[in-house]
Design a protein around this ligand. Structure first.
Ligand SMILES: [Zn+2]
Length: 490
């Protein structure tokens, strides 16, 4: 062996085993690494594909959602433009009116704050916030604008959205004719309507008070509203009148439209939330309203009530305020039996000859006495002698009920059969008959009147049942040819 061979061999030996050992391990590592890389890549690829698919599903559903909301909104008839903000994960889409609209402009700030609330709830989750002004036509004349933000949270496993609405208490009601916010003058077009609503409001304050007798003066002295200063909130089925701080201790009063149907402009109220203000009378029947003035009388009214009750007849009593004291139980029985009580002034003066303040006092004191006895304010007034002019009517502030058949019982005292003949000879469908329950002969005449009129097919009703809704500033005389005979007091 020469040196060269030896060194070659040495080289061979030194290299070969090294090569053999080292080459096997690295190959294995290389293979393993490759496998790991391939598996990871495949895994990553598959994960990525799944994520892509999930993202695509979400985006497709989100776009479907947007389209369907948009379609619903288009039904409002208001052209809307969607505005999109944010990343694909949690976009905010606001549908805002394309054209200028005062009603909606006032509500965009409100809408922004709803969006912020919804966005906060959504946080980092996948989803959408869709905001819009919900438009609802209450009537042809009245449109409701309600700012709404809906939060749609994506549920990945169900591949669907969970919905949650955020709505505002700040709703706008717009008169479609004026394109302005609904006003008190829209709702109560005549002063008579506003005064009618006010009388209902007064009773509501008393009903709401822990002890009405403590606030009755404050309630009766409450300033009457004007359409300029009436502060109210409209809702579909009621108004809430805001009185602010005042002597009655009640500042907010809810009045359902069903309680003020005769006074409210039906163009601005969903008919489902109104009652028919007309009397519910059968056109094939005949009706009579008996009215008894100047009482109550401790001597005669109880006997009269007995007659009415045993004949199942309802009537109306126009009470004189100074006669209430000591006769509270009689007033209570009048109402308990289903009759009606009206105000006939405190001491029976000719109201048209009095100053406004004096008229107001006559009415107020009597209403107070009736309320303290019964818990109910009278809502009808009969001025003594039927005497009233425009100023009297304004001072009275309640519907004025006169009559169209005078029994002239005050002239025919001591002669019950003459009173009967006077009534029976003149009775007709829709008559309001004037009788006085302070005269013995008048009360004695009543059983015969009831018996004969019943035999002729008449039904006896209260004034309110005969006339339906009645308005302040107007006077009523009964029915004429089946229709309310009402006239503005002049
Ligand atoms: Zn009288």
């Amino acid at each position: 062996m020469n040196e060269t061979n030896l060194s070659r061999r040495a080289q061979y030996h030194s290299k070969k085993p090294k090569k053999k050992r080292g080459g096997g391990l690295s190959k294995l590592i290389a293979v393993l690494v490759t496998v790991v890389i391939l598996v990871s890549a495949l895994g990553l690829f598959m994960w990525h594909t799944q994520e892509e698919k999930a993202k695509e599903t979400f985006q497709a559903k989100a776009s479907e959602l947007q389209t369907s909301v948009q379609k619903d909104l288009e039904k409002s008839g208001i052209p809307l433009t969607p505005q999109t903000k944010g990343d694909w994960e949690n976009q905010v889409i606001s549908f805002l009116p394309t054209e200028e609209n005062a009603a909606v402009d006032n509500l965009t700030g409100e809408l922004d704050s709803l969006v912020k609330t919804a966005q906060k709830k959504l946080g980092d989750q996948l989803g959408r916030v869709i905001a819009y002004i919900d438009v609802h036509h209450v009537t042809d004349q009245l449109t409701e604008y309600l700012p709404t933000a809906t939060l749609y949270t994506w549920n990945k496993s169900k591949e669907s959205f969970t919905e949650k609405d955020f709505t505002s208490e700040n709703v706008s009601y717009i008169n479609q004719s004026t394109q302005q916010a609904l006003t008190a003058a829209d709702l109560f077009p005549e002063r008579a309507d506003l005064l009618g609503m006010f009388s209902v409001l007064q009773q509501k304050i008393l009903d709401q008070s822990a002890d009405g007798s403590k606030v009755i003066d404050a309630v009766l002295n409450l300033a009457r509203p004007t359409t300029d200063d009436l502060n109210f909130t409209y809702a579909a089925d009621k108004i809430t009148v805001h009185l602010g701080e005042n002597e009655t201790g009640v500042s907010d009063v809810e009045i359902p439209f069903t309680d003020i149907s005769p006074y409210v402009n039906s163009s601005f109220v969903d008919p489902a939330n109104l009652t028919d203000p007309n009397a519910q009378l059968d056109p094939n029947k005949k009706y009579i309203a008996l009215t008894f003035d100047d009482g109550p009388s401790a001597a005669y009214t109880p006997q009269l009530l007995q007659t009415l009750e045993s004949n199942d007849v309802k009537a109306t009593f126009f009470t004189v305020g100074e006669n209430v004291s000591g006769n509270e139980a009689i007033l209570q029985k009048i109402l308990a039996d289903g009759n009606e009580i009206g105000n006939h002034s405190w001491d029976h003066p000719d109201l048209a000859s009095l100053a406004t303040e004096a008229v107001e006092k006559e009415i107020r004191d009597t209403s107070k006495a009736i309320y303290l006895a019964t818990g109910q304010l009278p809502h009808l007034v009969r001025p003594p002698y039927g005497s009233a002019n425009a100023e009297t009517a304004e001072a009275i502030g309640l519907p004025i009920i006169n009559w169209n058949l005078d029994s002239t019982d005050w002239e025919l005292q001591g002669n019950p059969s003459a009173i009967q003949q006077k009534v029976l000879g003149n009775a007709y469908n829709g008559a309001i008959i004037l009788i006085h329950d302070i005269h013995e002969s008048s009360v004695q005449a009543v059983p015969g009147i009831i018996e004969s009129l019943k035999a002729e097919g008449y039904e006896f009703v209260t004034v309110s049942q005969l006339l339906g809704g009645t308005k302040p500033l107007y006077q009523y005389f009964g029915l004429y040819q089946g229709k309310n005979d009402s006239r503005l007091v002049k």
